[in-house]
Design a protein around this ligand. Sequence first.
Ligand code: FAD
Ligand code: AMP
Length: 474
Amino acid sequence: MSDKFDVIVIGAGPAGYVAAIRAAQLGLKTACVDAFVGKDGKQALGGTCLNVGCIPSKALLDSSKQYFNLSHNLPAHGISVENAKVDMATFIGRKDKIVKQFTGGIGQLFKANKVTPFFGKGKLLKGNNVEITGNDGSKQTISATNVILASGSVPIELPFAKFDGKNIIDNAGALDINEVPKRLGVIGAGVIGLELGSVWNRLGAEVTILEALPDFLSVADADVAKVAKKEFEKQGLTIKLGAKLTKAEVKKNEVALTYEDKDGAHELTVDKLLVAVGRRAYTEGLLADDTGVKLDERGRIVVDEHNHTGVDGVWAIGDAVRGPMLAHKGSEEGVAVAEWIAGKAGHVNLETVPWVIYTEPEIAWAGKTEKELKDAGIPYKIGSFPFAAIGRAVAMNEAIGQVKVIAHAETDRLLGVHMVGPGVSELIAEAVVAMEFKGSAEDLARIVHAHPTLSEAVHEAALSVDKRAIHKGN
Ligand code: FAD
Ligand code: AMP
């Protein structure tokens, strides 16, 4: 086999493996290099998302939700269960099996599409050569007309709370705890902190989340964040805002924390500490000194609007470049770059990338928040509708939250759709389609929505933009 490819992708996360499959579909001779080692010590394709991110977190969120529902939802349906227990080996084992199924599935997709996988650390050399260093230190060099960098991201480590894999853990550690900790501290009330904090809270851990910023979930729309915070606190999560961790000391299998807020310094002792203060682009060892590929001030690979690095035939996608650190954003960039390489018209619209937080209630949005529009001086009008007035949500005993639709005050064009409530991770897709087609609130309002479904909340919120919601006062 010749070592010359049309495309080499470095990284097999959702950005890289999707780019590789699409390139191969387009008839390009494609290789994909990845260094991730799974729990069994073997190569595991799929990157952060499949191994220690999206998929395992959703597996544990779903398992813990079943358990939580036994005491918090089923009694309302007249169902009681006594002595419910969680078998931790099954709880973690089910997650591991799902991860293995999906990481193995990428290998099969590579085979079916004739993508050649390489196991090892890839380094871009000048002239679009890629040096691969295997786990045993062996080296080989392959080359290509195009190289796509998809090296992803890693958790940010706080210098005074370094990960030890036992008491101070990152996302991978928090997905692999074999015994419910009595007290779990979480640093950072972002997406990862809230999701993983929820998992362990549902299983009975006392979870305290420290967030340095004064506002809760400031990336989301303020109305959504307000409902979510209230519900999380009802579930037993302690959320301290404006609370900045300044020290963490492991002592006798406990972690002694010091955090500062407006009232001064405070102490808190926990059994485990999850540090979830964000992720950074991972480019260590990726680039030889003379490649010409540039990094920005946050260490991300610099690319233009076509994900091109400015170096002939070198592209970059996913968490390693600007834009939201979300799996589907990286995958769409992967498809687009493969299509651009093949001379086709690729397309990525970062303005309509949906965000989802898989807590209970779920949170989802696409487009601009009310604050962003206000700051930009864009005139807007709002419609909203509560799940409390949606028959299906009440029947499910999950009538929490609302859908909020923001449209341009003059043109009615959809600018943002923000949801908190049951099943909104799925409902947001309708808003994304409408926004991608440059739809208006009236477009959503004129579409027939099945009754009784949760999607009626989207319909009614769109009607309410024009003050004509049927099932609430306007
Ligand atoms: P990654 O998935 O990080 O993959 C990069 C791959 O490249 C890795 O396998 C890495 O080992 C490999 N690599 C890096 N450098 C080299 C090199 N030099 N040579 C060879 N291989 C290399 N996003 C969502 O959209 N939805 C979610 O529900 C969601 N949940 C998440 C939950 C958690 C706990 C975490 C941590 C993240 C979550 N994310 C979620 C974010 C999501 O995982 C990332 O946005 C996504 O994985 C980024 O994809 P990527 O392909 O750019 O990088
Ligand atoms: P995200 O980037 O969405 O994963 O969120 C990470 C969160 O961690 C952000 O909201 C940060 O404000 C928060 N954070 C960062 N450093 C600290 C710290 N030392 N103490 C508490 N919160 C922090």
